[in-house]
Ligand binder design. Structure first.
Ligand code: PLP
Length: 392
C-alpha cells in the first residue's frame, strides 16, 4: 500500500498512485544505474537488459511478443503514433474510422488528420454508450482504412467488443487500432487471439509513473515513426530511453497480470456497493453507461439538475476526490462529449460524476462516500433553480 492518507481518492481513471513495488524497482535507475542502453560498455549493456526485461513484462500482460512492443512517452503519444504513423504510410488516401466517445488522444488527432486531408468517419453510440453496430457495419473499410476504437471508455468504463470489431475489420483488409489506456491491466487482453494491429497503453493508469507508455505493433503492420533520430526502439521511436519509468511500467504490468483476477473481484464488489447505494439513496440519480459491459473500477452516475462541479467541490471539502464529465470551456460548463454522444439529456449530462476505484480502495472509504453523498445531493438540490419544489 502507498503511504496511508486521509484523503479518499476515487479518481483512478485520471491517474493512479505509484505502486510501492514499482517505485522500489525504479529507484536504482534514478541513482547509480544511469548508463545509456546504446553504449557498448558494461553500463550500457546492463541498462539494455533491463529495458528488454520490461518489454517482456509488458508483452506478457497482452500475450504479445516482446518485439511487438515500442516504449513511448505516454498513452497520447502511442495513439498519435498509431494514427499518424498509419496515415504517413498510406498518404492522402488514408481513411480513419473511429467513435464519437473516444478520448481526445484519438478524437483530436483524427480530427487534425482530417484537416490535413484524410477521410474521417465517427461512429455513434447508443444511450448505454455501446457502439452502434449497424452504423459501423455500413462503413466502407479497405486496406487504406485504420479503425480506432477504444477498448474501455475513460468516463463510463463501457467496454467495446474489440475482438468482434477487430475481426470484422481484418476480414475487410483494414488496420485496427485500439486505445487500451483504460483497459490494460484492468481486464484480460490476449493479442494472440484478438486480431488488433495496434494497441496503446499508458503507465500512469496502472500504478506505473506518468510519462511512459507503450504501443503494440503487430508484426507486419507498417507505420512510420513520430519521432525520428537515433535507432532506439528499432528505429520507431528515437530518444534515449526513460529507463527508470520503463522498468516501472514493466513491474506494474507484471503485477497487474498476476493479481488482476482477484483484485477485480474485490474492486467490483466495492464499485457495485457504491453504485447501488447512490442509486437508492440519492433521488433522481441515474447510471450512465452499460450496466454489465463495463470496467469493474468505474461507475458514472448523474444527479438530475445539479452541477457536477458543485458536487465535486462538496466532496473535495470532505477529502473525497472524484471527477465530473463537464469541462469548463470559455467560461461556461459544457457537458462532456461522451455524455452528449450517448444522448443523455442536458440536465443529467451536466450532473454526471465518475467514481473510479483502484486496488487501494477500501471498504471504509466506500462507506464514507456512501454516507457523504445523500446530504450533498439534498443540499444542492434544495438550492437548484432547475428543480421543481416537490422534487427537492
Ligand atoms: N486514452 C484514454 C482512454 C485515456 O483515458 C487517456 C488518459 O486519460 C489517454 C488516452 C491519454 O493517456 P496519457 O495521459 O498517458 O497521455
Amino acid at each position: 500500500m502507498p503511504t496511508k492518507r486521509k484523503e479518499i481518492y476515487l479518481d483512478n481513471n485520471a491517474t493512479t498512485a505509484l505502486a510501492p513495488e514499482v517505485l522500489e524497482a525504479m529507484l536504482p535507475f534514478l541513482k547509480d544505474r544511469y548508463g545509456n542502453p546504446s553504449s557498448i560498455h558494461r553500463f550500457g549493456g546492463m541498462m539494455k537488459k533491463h529495458v528488454e526485461r520490461a518489454r517482456e513484462q509488458v508483452a506478457a500482460l497482452l500475450n504479445a511478443s516482446p518485439e511487438e512492443i515500442v516504449f513511448t512517452g505516454c498513452g497520447s503519444e502511442s495513439d498519435n503514433m498509431a494514427l499518424k504513423g498509419f496515415c504517413a504510410v498510406h498518404g492522402s488516401g488514408s481513411r480513419i474510422i473511429t467513435s464519437t466517445v473516444e478520448h481526445p488522444a484519438v478524437r483530436t488527432t483524427s480530427r487534425h488528420l482530417k484537416e490535413k486531408g484524410m477521410g474521417l468517419t465517427e461512429i455513434g453510440v447508443g444511450s448505454d454508450g455501446m457502439l452502434s453496430k449497424e452504423e459501423f457495419e455500413n462503413a466502407v473499410i479497405g486496406n487504406n482504412t485504420i479503425v480506432s476504437f477504444m477498448w474501455a471508455n475513460n468516463e463510463t468504463g463501457v467496454i467495446f467488443p474489440i475482438h468482434e470489431l477487430a475481426e470484422f475489420v481484418k476480414e475487410r483488409g483494414g488496420t485496427f487500432h485500439t486505445d487500451a489506456v483504460q483497459a490494460a491491466g484492468k481486464m484480460p487482453i490476449d493479442l494472440k487471439k484478438t486480431p488488433v494491429d495496434l494497441l496503446a497503453l499508458s503507465g500512469h493508469k496502472l500504478h506505473a509513473p506518468k510519462g511512459v507508455g507503450a504501443l503494440f505493433i503487430r508484426k507486419g503492420t507498417a507505420i512510420e515513426p513520430l519521432i525520428h533520430g537515433g535507432h532506439q526502439e528499432h528505429g520507431l521511436r528515437a530518444g534515449t530511453e526513460n529507463i527508470a519509468s520503463i522498468v516501472g511500467l514493466g513491474v506494474a504490468c507484471e503485477y497487474a497480470r498476476k493479481h488482476m483476477d482477484e483484485e477485480n473481484k474485490r474492486i467490483k464488489k466495492l464499485r457495485d456497493k457504491l453504485e447501488e447505494a447512490l442509486l437508492r439513496t440519492c433521488p433522481a440519480a441515474k447510471l450512465n453507461g452499460h450496466k454489465t459491459a463495463r470496467l469493474p473500477t468505474t461507475t458514472n452516475v448523474s444527479f438530475e439538475s445539479i452541477e457536477g462541479e458543485a458536487i465535486l467541490l462538496h466532496l473535495d471539502e470532505r477529502g473525497i476526490a472524484a471527477s465530473s464529465g463537464s469541462a469548463c470551456t470559455t467560461g461556461s460548463l459544457e457537458p462532456s462529449h461522451v455524455m452528449l454522444a450517448m444522448g443523455i439529456p442536458y440536465t443529467f449530462a451536466h450532473s454526471s460524476i465518475r467514481f473510479s476505484l483502484s486496488r487501494y480502495t477500501t471498504d471504509n472509504e466506500i462507506n464514507a462516500v456512501i454516507a457523504a453523498m445523500p446530504p450533498i445531493i439534498k443540499k444542492l438540490r434544495s438550492l437548484s433553480p432547475f428543480v421543481e419544489n416537490e422534487k427537492k
